[in-house]
Design a protein around this ligand. Structure first.
Ligand SMILES: *[C@@H]1O[C@H](CO)[C@@H](O)[C@H](O)[C@H]1NC(C)=O
Ligand SMILES: *[C@@H]1O[C@H](CO)[C@@H](O)[C@H](O)[C@H]1NC(C)=O
Ligand SMILES: *[C@@H]1O[C@H](CO)[C@@H](O)[C@H](O)[C@H]1NC(C)=O
Length: 272
């Protein structure tokens, strides 16, 4: 969120790349890539019948509201201009961000959870469109495309613990000025369709308790995604649980380089 309280220069807490400890591999990357590609193809085709869907009723949520998969964005046929995915081989999950600028403009972030048979067992999406926080799909497209989220060489990869800690520190610092998240210099935040490059630090008046965090972590791409709630932005939504939002981060050498925030507003622009 934009705030006048940009108090501290990015200082990077000196977190070095830690040796890579191989996690117990629950799913292979290739399997997750194939199944996630099916989801992206379904979103683009407007066909919710994804081949990898588990049998029975698979929980499907948009903006934290459970709904029928056939009634949501998967049945619309979205012309996707850009997509970026990360793969969590430990949890068997993926996170995908898509940007659509034509027809109905959208920025959609989706977490797919898989079982050991590589079947999708849960789908959660943050669906942003006109009226959501700083929404501007052409801005999202322009800035997102320019960023480099390439494969991190094995010797420089951070552990999932380091990636998770970096993501949590960014969020925890909002309500606790004593926390100094490890930011790269510069750090850039794509917030809705607006781009801020420099210092990514945010502080809000406490108490500021961010709950309901759901993680997707990819060591190879140095990425951590956190679905969570934001306590006060939208007066139409009670402080607890708060507004549905998502922060997607790229971390290099333990430092946060890029942040994508997509936040859903109940009232246009999250106005009071
Ligand atoms: C998703 O992005 C990849 C490149 O990263 C591209 O090859 C693919 O065509 C895209 N899919 C859609 C449906 O746009
Ligand atoms: C949306 O982003 C585009 C590309 O950066 C920019 O040209 C345009 O002015 C932005 N629109 C608004 C309403 O901010
Ligand atoms: C934050 O919320 C969680 C879940 O409601 C609760 O367990 C925790 O005690 C809260 N922490 C603070 C500091 O309020």
């Amino acid at each position: 969120m934009f705030t006048p309280l940009l108090l501290l220069a990015a200082c990077g807490a000196g977190t070095l790349a830690s040796p890579v400890v191989a996690p117990r591999v629950a799913c292979t990357r290739a399997q997750l890539q194939d199944a996630t590609a099916e989801y992206i193809a379904a979103l683009s085709a407007g066909s919710p019948k994804i081949a990898s869907l588990a049998t029975g009723t698979v929980p499907y949520q948009e903006n934290d509201v459970a709904m029928d998969i056939s009634k949501g964005v998967l049945s619309q046929g979205i012309k996707i201009d850009f997509n970026r995915s990360i793969y969590d081989t430990t949890q068997c999950a993926s996170y995908t961000e898509i940007v659509a600028t034509t027809k109905h403009a959208y920025v959609i972030g989706t977490r797919l959870a898989f079982n050991a048979d590589l079947k999708i067992v849960k789908i959660e999406s943050v669906v942003c469109d006109d009226g959501d926080w700083l929404f501007n799909a052409s801005g999202s497209l322009t800035y997102n495309k320019k960023e480099v989220w390439d494969v991190i060489p094995e010797s420089k990869r951070n552990t999932r613990e380091v990636l998770k800690a970096a993501g949590d520190a960014y969020i925890d610092a909002w309500g606790d000025k004593s926390i100094k998240p490890p930011f790269a210099s510069p750090c850039a935040r794509l917030e809705g369709g607006s781009y801020l490059s420099g210092n990514c630090l945010l502080n809000f008046p406490p108490p500021f308790n961010v709950t309901n965090r759901r993680y997707t972590i990819d060591e190879e791409l140095g990425a951590v995604d956190i679905f969570h709630n934001f306590p006060f932005l939208d007066s139409a939504i009670p402080r607890d649980p708060g507004t549905q939002t998502n922060n997607f981060m790229r971390v290099e050498d333990g430092k946060i380089k890029y942040i994508h925030e997509n936040t859903v507003c109940a009232k246009k622009g999250c106005k009071k």
